[in-house]
Design a protein around this ligand. Structure first.
Ligand code: HEC
Ligand SMILES: [Cu+2]
Length: 489
């Protein structure tokens, strides 16, 4: 092989170096023009625009490439009764009629003209402290507003990020505990990268005079709030705001972005999606991006943005991984993903062999020490509601949300021939647990169902719900029927 003369090689290298130099200086210049942060306070605003506000779990349209604007935010405070969970109601104080309050979406440089309206039917004065504001009280001092009044103040958004807003009227803790919080997003110039799905979730802890689940209209309990003993810890203001038909959704292959907030007033959230890993987390809602995160902390009065691609179909449970809050106090939501299976990423169950190190005996759930006094049933509808609630708390984990069970581990309750054949036997199963081989719809199961600690009326309710769901035989089970079976034993 012939080698080039030395001087020629030198010449080429020299030309190449020149070219590279020219390129570097060029790109450096253009980069400088593009991203040199203009002082956000000097960004001019063009024209006026009414802000789109949305109730959770929805968020307004991304800002995209729009210029900074004078953004009019019209926020109405409403004090109104709502449902905490089946049979339990609560008087919420809200920004815009929802808990959390309406989502506000801005971009750096926007000049927000905030109109805070306190509805004349409300009983109390309120105000708003937006963590996105650079100014005394985050706006609280300028926005204190009595019922039947409107306050206007304005501020320029300077720092990109996701921020909490909340009421800061004394007693502050009580106003927050009643639901007065929400999120305001400040997008950078040019907007956040586009994704397929965006949702708004915010955790909050609630303190009621009655214990968790105690029926009727429940008043706020100041002492429990001071002691930080929450009766409910929930996403989006109530138990079940994001489960079943209210679940958020996505399709396989899509990227999901969750705008997460925590109103508190007291508890810190350990946010986790079961069966997903956050590809990206905007830590604490700021610029720092962490990747490949399992659980992210959201401080009380703080936020986070998480993003992940959903690879396989299924129901992904979102929880506060302080896990008793999820399964006993309500901090549980669902993301339902539809699409093609991908066995390369997740095989599904390959085999199930019975493994019972403690023998085939039936274990018992510990008995609760404060059994809630139940109000008498008024109607079948009410019995079904209570039954559904008990189902979601106790049976759901094994028999699944639609009673479909899990092949070769937990038999189906949907359209179950075993269930429908013999009511007394079914009552016995729920009262006492079950072990040994059984056949359900032609499949054999040989496992153990733990004994559940349910009162006879709870057994009646949960079985009535099961019998009246998913194609079963629509029987109604009474407490007396359950007691009869119990006494036979
Ligand atoms: C810890 C998991 C678990 C929980 C919780 C559970 N079950 Fe079961 N259940 C099972 C298993 C396992 C079997 C099958 C036992 C066997 O193989 O002998 C079963 C069997 C049954 C059967 C009979 C078979 C059929 O499919 O019809 C009924 C009825 C039933 N369960 C109802 C309930 C109800 C109602 C609840 C809630 C109050 C509940 N179970 C909670 C695991 C569970
Ligand atoms: Cu308030």
């Amino acid at each position: 092989m012939k080698t080039q003369p030395n001087f020629l090689r030198l010449y080429f290298n020299y030309k190449l170096a020149l070219l590279a130099l020219a390129f570097i200086t060029l790109t450096a210049c253009s980069n400088k023009e593009k991203s040199e942060p203009k002082d956000a306070e000097d960004i001019p605003v063009s024209r006026e625009m009414i802000a789109e506000l949305t109730a959770p779990p929805h968020v307004p349209t991304p800002v995209g490439r729009r210029k900074a604007k004078k953004l009019i935010v019209d926020m109405e405070i409403l004090e109104e009764e709502g449902e905490m969970t089946n049979g339990v109601s609560y008087v919420y104080w809200t920004f815009g009629g929802s808990v959390p309050g309406s989502f506000i979406r801005t971009r750096v440089g926007d000049e927000v003209e905030f109109h805070l309206k306190n509805h004349p039917d409300n009983k109390l004065p309120h105000n708003i402290d937006l963590h996105a504001v650079n100014g005394p009280g985050g706006g609280a001092e300028s926005s204190f507003v009595a019922p039947g009044h409107e306050k206007v103040f304005s501020f320029k958004v300077l720092n990109p990020g996701l921020y909490v807003y909340h009421c800061a009227t004394a007693p502050v803790g009580m106003h927050i505990a009643n639901g007065m919080y929400g999120l305001i997003l400040v997008e950078p110039e040019g907007g956040l990268p586009l994704v397929d799905k965006e949702y708004y979730l915010m955790q909050g802890d609630f303190y009621t005079k009655g214990a968790h689940g105690e029926r009727g209209l429940q008043a706020f309990d100041m002492q429990k709030a001071i002691d930080e003993k929450a009766d409910y810890v929930v996403f989006n203001g109530k138990v079940g705001a994001l489960t079943g038909d209210n679940a958020i959704t996505a399709n396989v292959g899509e990227t999901v972005r969750l705008f997460l907030g925590n109103g508190g007033p007291n508890l810190v959230s350990s946010f986790h999606v079961i069966g997903e890993i956050f590809d990206k987390v905007h830590v604490e809602g700021g610029d720092l991006i962490n990747t490949n995160v399992q659980t992210t902390l959201i401080p009380a009065g703080g936020a986070a943005i998480v993003e992940f691609k959903v690879e396989v179909p299924g129901t992904f449970i979102m929880v506060d991984h302080s896990i008793f809050r999820a399964f006993n106090k309500g901090a549980l939501g669902m993301l339902k993903v539809e699409g093609e299976e991908n066995k390369k990423i997740y095989s599904g169950e390959l085999r199930d062999d019975i493994y019972l190190p403690e023998g085939g005996g039936i274990q018992t759930m510990p008995e609760g020490d404060n059994v809630v006094q139940e109000a008498p049933l008024q109607s079948l509808e009410e019995q079904l509601e209570r039954g559904k609630q008990a189902y979601m708390q106790t049976c759901f984990a094994c028999h699944q949300s639609e009673g479909q069970g899990i092949p070769s581990a937990f038999p189906p309750l949907a359209n179950s021939d075993y269930l429908n054949a013999d009511v007394d036997r079914a009552i016995g199963v729920v009262l006492n647990g079950l072990t040994g081989e059984i056949t359900v719809n032609g499949e054999t199961y040989n496992s153990v169902m733990t004994r559940q600690s349910l009162s006879p009326s709870e057994v009646a309710n949960v079985l009535t719900y099961v019998y009246n769901s998913w194609g079963n035989s629509k029987k109604v089970i009474t407490t007396a029927m359950v007691e009869k079976v119990r006494n036979q034993k």
